[in-house]
Design a protein around this ligand. Structure first.
Ligand code: C2O
Ligand code: CU
Length: 492
């Protein structure tokens, strides 16, 4: 009854049609919600935690009774969760035991350019094959690479995922995504639910072939036809932490859920049955100043919502479904909570969470405009095809489109034809306005991704700090990204 119906929305909350799976789909709410393993550091010293992750193919059971080949960090999907302390250096050695070049980006990380996962800084497979690439501008290594993250940033829900030029969509779809949480003293001092009651939820949609393989429109889309999935790839099965429509057994207490939409292209409007609500305590890049209660959450690709759900008003046995009224059929539901028992709860939701300094642009703040639209782009084979552009231009890793000065507060105006979730690397931003009016319901706090809806103009205040170099600004619909909707800014 808590579900809010929406009329007349675009197909499935995004543009484009869902791919249909070619095998019968399982009944929902039959499998328990998996929790991704928390990665143990290989070693730690006074300043640094060292990790090692092997990127490899694996055959895993996603749909009951059938094996699905994935590409996983440590062979699992989602990849293992890394937990870091704010300000403690984290070094992650990634070993590429797959058969494709990879690139790792820590999404939301305040990271120096050399470690940010520039799309042509490829890590080639450890052995075999001469992997042809059209783009030689990057720093290419073979077999492995150490990514160094200073993590001088507040507690937040980050995630890491593949960012290989032209192939981010298929490689994330095959499984290359995981959580990276940052904790700090501000968060630790708050009486929020923790331990087993602090649960990451990675939401993705996928479609499956008859034999259980992941279904993606073309294996090599540098050579394929694009028009079928120009709008982005949508599946008909919703996975949470890699399981189809799972169920989580909960105590009748408050839980903290770190909701991440890691889908390639699908937007969700999450609702809970029976009047349960989401109390948002954090956005993409950290805690909010104060909690905000929502009856539903609209989550675009790459956005994170850190929320508290209070099950204390429910009796043991109650079933509360998380739905997605934007999606048709299987995409219309996400997961279910089963209230198992009453339990003690020492958590509360404080009225004040964290200090959020306002980014106030001066009167003469530098202004830049980025327009997101369809366009005609090079097909990589000497011809042209339909694609996506920013300010009329396809991504070119050798071109710099903007050169902001470190520490300046700038105003960026983002405008769009259709739906585009816009992500800025290096530093978080604050939303100043939507279509000339106040920010929307889901724009509070520090953001690194903002959902542009059709024909909207969004103004953001952004300030880059600490690191000089080239960074990306792009659409996080991964097919749009692969079809060149990226732009480079170089901090100076
Ligand atoms: Cu989550 Cu540039 O990416
Ligand atoms: Cu887009």
């Amino acid at each position: 009854a808590g579900a809010i119906a929406l009329g007349g929305c675009a197909a499935e909350g995004s543009t484009g049609e869902a791919l249909g799976s070619d095998r019968p789909l399982p009944a929902p709410f039959r499998v328990p919600l998996p929790i991704p393993p928390v990665k143990r550091p290989a070693r730690r010293d006074t300043s640094t935690d060292w990790y090692e992750i092997v990127q490899r193919p694996a055959d895993v059971e996603i749909l009951p009774g059938v094996r699905t080949r994935i590409l996983g960090y440590d062979g699992v999907f989602p990849g293992p969760t890394i937990e870091s302390r704010s300000g403690r250096r984290t070094v992650v050695r990634h070993l590429n035991h797959t058969d494709v070049p990879t690139v790792v980006h820590l999404h939301g990380g305040h990271t120096p350019a050399d470690h940010d996962g520039w799309p042509t800084d490829l890590v080639l497979p450890r052995a075999g094959g001469d992997h042809h690439t059209h783009h030689r501008a990057g720093h290419v290594t073979r077999g492995r690479r150490d990514y160094v993250y200073p993590l001088a940033q507040p507690a937040a829900t980050l995630w890491y995922h593949d960012h290989r030029m032209d192939f981010t969509g298929p490689q994330v779809y095959r499984g290359l995504a995981g959580f990276h949480l940052i904790r700090d003293d501000v968060e630790a001092a708050l009486p929020l639910p923790d331990g087993d009651r602090d649960v990451p939820l990675m939401i993705t949609d996928r479609a499956f072939d008859a034999d259980g393989a992941l279904k993606y429109p073309a294996a090599d889309h540098a050579a394929g036809t694009h028009d079928d999935f120009l709008e982005g790839v949508l599946g008909d099965v919703v996975l949470v932490n890699g399981a189809p429509w799972p169920e989580l057994e909960v105590d009748a207490v408050r839980y903290r859920f770190r909701v991440l939409n890691a889908s390639n292209a699908r937007r969700y409007q999450l609702t809970l049955d029976q009047g349960a609500t989401f109390v948002q305590i954090g956005s993409d890049a950290g805690l909010l100043a104060a909690p905000i209660e929502h009856r539903s959450l609209t989550v675009a690709p790459a956005e994170r919502f850190d929320v508290i759900v209070d099950f204390s008003g429910f009796r043991p046995g109650a079933l509360i479904t998380m739905r997605n009224p934007l999606g048709r059929a299987g995409a219309g539901r996400v997961m279910r909570f089963r209230v198992a028992r009453r339990a003690r709860d020492d958590s509360t939701i404080p009225a004040a969470l964290a200090e959020i300094p306002r980014l106030t642009p001066p009167a003469d703040a530098p202004r830049r405009r980025f327009a997101f639209s369809r366009g005609i782009v090079p097909d990589g084979l000497g011809g042209e095809r339909k694609g996506w552009v920013i300010n009329g231009k396809p991504f070119d890793p050798s071109r710099v489109d903007a050169a902001p000065r470190l520490d300046d507060v700038e105003i960026w105006t983002l405008s769009t034809d259709l739906h585009h979730p816009v992500h800025v690397h290096l530093s978080p931003f604050q939303v100043l306005s939507r279509n000339g009016r106040s920010p929307g319901d889901f724009d509070a706090g520090w953001k690194d991704t903002v959902d542009l809806r059709p024909a909207e103009t969004v103004e953001i205040a952004v300030r880059f700090t600490d690191y000089r170099g080239r960074f990306l600004l792009h659409c996080h619909n991964l097919e749009h990204e692969d079809m060149t909707m990226m732009s480079t800014f170089a901090t100076k």
